[in-house]
Ligand binder design. Structure first.
Ligand code: ATP
Length: 305
């Protein structure tokens, strides 16, 4: 059985078409499910449509007229109300790039050990820290908002950067490959409702995790707790669980090394169809991404809290 070029082109167009529709629906569902505000707005829109139906059925011209005005201005209203979410989608689309540096498992392990050591020390001393590890999506724009560095990742350097009162302790460190690209970077904070115990540092971490595939580690100055923000989720870790998480996320994912576009599609498919796939691979319950939940169990108590 042989295919002509036209038939192959048609099949290719069909696949691309389906993948794009799939991506759009997935992004929409993710934004809706991540954001209480959007759920309320969708409920409001459904009520308006219901009233429109009722007014048409009972021929209520005054109600119908008012609803029509509402619907005519609907597009403008949606753009105004949803502008943070629309910006989020566009920023995500725009930032898809390539993982610029590929590290060996050994290099990853060395880097992860240094990060985990630093977080453990800062957690015990209650030194606030924000460390973002770039993955496939480029964070250069945010690197430029900070103080450029280009230094090897070391526990000592990370602890020094976040030392309270020093000029670079405010803001985030961004790691690209195994280098600290910058310190004191500024991230757009999330617009979502977080519990009031989370302040600007956690909001910034969730913010960058919503618009990129980066992994952000937060050490709380107030509690010493270590959390990770990824894909808009915030999860609490002990330092040993943090090491397991970083190893499985960075090293395992990178060893699968498929082309970036295919990786993004596979990642979307995995997220959409089975979040449980990650659970099989990672045995530690605390690694499961949970929506702003502190699942810091007694067993995780190895950092002195
Ligand atoms: N948009 C931002 N981008 C990067 N860093 C930020 C941003 N906003 C705040 N920070 C950092 O967070 C610090 C303030 O954290 P704040 O105490 O308000 O937050 P928090 O989430 O309660 O954290 P903690 O638990 O450490 O107190 C700032 O000094 C700064 O270093």
């Amino acid at each position: 059985m042989s295919f002509t070029i036209t038939e192959l082109k048609f099949v290719l167009q069909l696949i691309i078409d389906i993948l794009f529709v799939w991506f759009l629906i997935y992004s929409l569902l993710r934004i809706l499910s991540n954001n209480n505000r959007t759920i309320q707005i969708v409920k409001g829109a459904l009520i308006v449509l219901l009233i429109k139906g009722i007014s048409a059925f009972f021929n209520l011209s005054a109600v119908g007229y008012i609803i029509d005005i509402f619907l005519n201005w609907g597009v403008v209203l949606v753009i105004v109300i949803f502008h943070p979410e629309i910006r989020e989608i566009l920023e995500k689309v725009g930032k898809t790039g390539t993982r610029s540096v590929h590290l060996s498992s050994l290099q990853y392990e060395e880097m992860i050990d240094n990060i985990v050591d630093a977080c453990d020390i800062m957690s015990r001393k209650k030194t606030g820290a924000l460390i973002t590890i770039q993955q496939n999506q480029d964070l250069q724009e945010y690197v430029q908002s900070g103080i450029m560095m280009g230094s090897e990742v070391s526990s000592e350097l990370l602890c020094t950067i976040f030392q309270y009162g020093t000029p670079m302790h405010d803001g985030a460190v961004i790691i690209q490959g195994n280098k600290i690209a910058c310190a004191a970077a500024y991230f757009p904070p999330t617009t979502r409702d977080l519990p009031s115990k989370y302040g600007a540092r956690h909001r910034a971490a969730v913010g960058i995790s919503e618009i990129s595939d980066s992994i952000t580690i937060i050490v709380s100055e107030e509690t010493g707790n270590i959390s990770v923000a990824m894909n808009g989720y915030l999860t609490l870790y002990s330092s040993s669980a943090l090491k397991n998480f970083l190893m499985s996320t960075l090293v395992l994912e990178d060893s699968k090394s498929t082309p970036n576009f295919i990786n993004s599609m596979i990642q979307t498919a995995n997220n959409l169809t089975s979040r449980s796939k990650k659970k099989e691979k990672i045995t530690d319950e605390r690694i499961k991404p949970i929506k702003i939940i502190d699942n810091y169990s007694k067993g995780a108590d190895d950092n002195g809290k």
